[in-house]
Design a protein around this ligand. Structure first.
Ligand code: AG3
Length: 297
């Protein structure tokens, strides 16, 4: 019998369904927070799904993780201390640790079981990032962690799951708090001058509020708010978007030669990121601009 993982649209009353074949199931379980599955697929390799939603796959995780991390780090140029909220699969952590400037990365992940599953089944995604002496893993609710955090970071990445839906433009579900003004204010409090925050905002063609709400909320905290895009093959609906908050507009306008120099100096071995892609990713098609300007509609 063939089994499939099925992700169903939540924002248009079940208008679409994405099915990926589970050729071999490696792990299936329920944690305190969500269902967790790791399976093999002929196209994607090993796939991590949380509550039936694809989070990362072996064969296309580089689209997501390289863009989540290398764009802000090479724009900044001297990140020493980084904070990742979520990111339990370890992919973003691994990319962050590739930068020689990085001295310490704190990761606040709510679900210890995701980390355990990643260590056991997703080593091609996390490598040995969890064992790196620069890594401090905190199993905690990101909101609570930041409320009490006395550290200061140069880079904050919010690598969370998507909200489960939007009611009146307001995100719903366990990760909803990670898109709120209060949460961004706490991020900001824990950021050094010139630091940058990046947050994943899913696929706006299917989840308009998933982009417009955080963009609006980020603008209450940061003077320079923007977003950039990447099409992740295993996510349905076209471009996904990372939103960006900083008080230094210069970070978004680093000349290509400078980015290329930094890229060479960091000696990153990338499969998606290039300095040209970095710059081009901030160019937005009209429909994304409209979502940001007009809201979810
Ligand atoms: N977190 C964001 C996953 C977004 C999934 N959305 C979707 N499939 N529509 C990914 C975690 C990777 N570290």
């Amino acid at each position: 019998m063939t089994s499939w993982i099925e992700e169903t649209d939540k924002t248009h009353g079940g208008a679409w369904q994405l099915r990926i074949k589970m050729d071999r199931i490696l792990y299936q379980g329920e944690s305190e927070f969500q269902s967790i599955a790791v399976f093999e697929n002929r196209l994607y390799g090993r796939v991590l799904a949380l509550d039936n939603i694809v989070q990362a796959t072996e064969n296309d995780e580089f689209f997501y993780h390289e863009m989540a991390v290398h764009v802000p780090l090479l724009a900044h140029g001297a990140v020493k201390r980084a904070l990742i909220i979520g990111g339990g699969d370890g992919g973003a952590l691994e990319e962050t640790l590739r930068h020689p400037s990085v001295e310490a990365v704190t990761m606040a992940e709510i679900d210890a079981q995701v980390v355990a599953v990643a260590k056991q089944h997703l080593r091609t995604i996390c490598g040995t990032a969890f064992e790196d002496p620069r890594t401090e893993l905190v199993i905690a609710d990101g909101v609570e962690y930041l409320e009490h955090c006395a550290e200061r970071f140069d880079f904050v990445l919010i690598d969370s799951t998507d909200p489960t839906g939007f009611t009146g433009g307001q995100p719903q579900g366990p990760s909803a708090v990670l898109f709120s003004v209060e949460f961004y204010a706490n991020c900001k409090r824990c950021m050094n001058p010139g630091a940058v925050l990046v947050t994943q905002n899913a696929v706006p063609f299917t989840d308009r509020a998933g982009l417009s709400t955080p963009m609006r909320n980020l603008a209450t905290q940061f003077t320079d708010v923007a977003c950039y895009r990447v099409a992740v093959p295993s996510f349905y609906g076209g471009d996904m978007v990372f939103s960006w908050g900083s008080d230094d507009p210069g970070l978004r306008h680093v000349p290509l030669e400078r980015l290329s120099e930094r890229f060479r100096a960091a000696a990153l071995d990338t499969r998606y990121y290039t300095p040209e892609i970095h710059q081009g990713a901030f160019a937005l098609p009209g429909y994304l601009r409209a979502i940001i300007e007009e809201g979810a509609g």
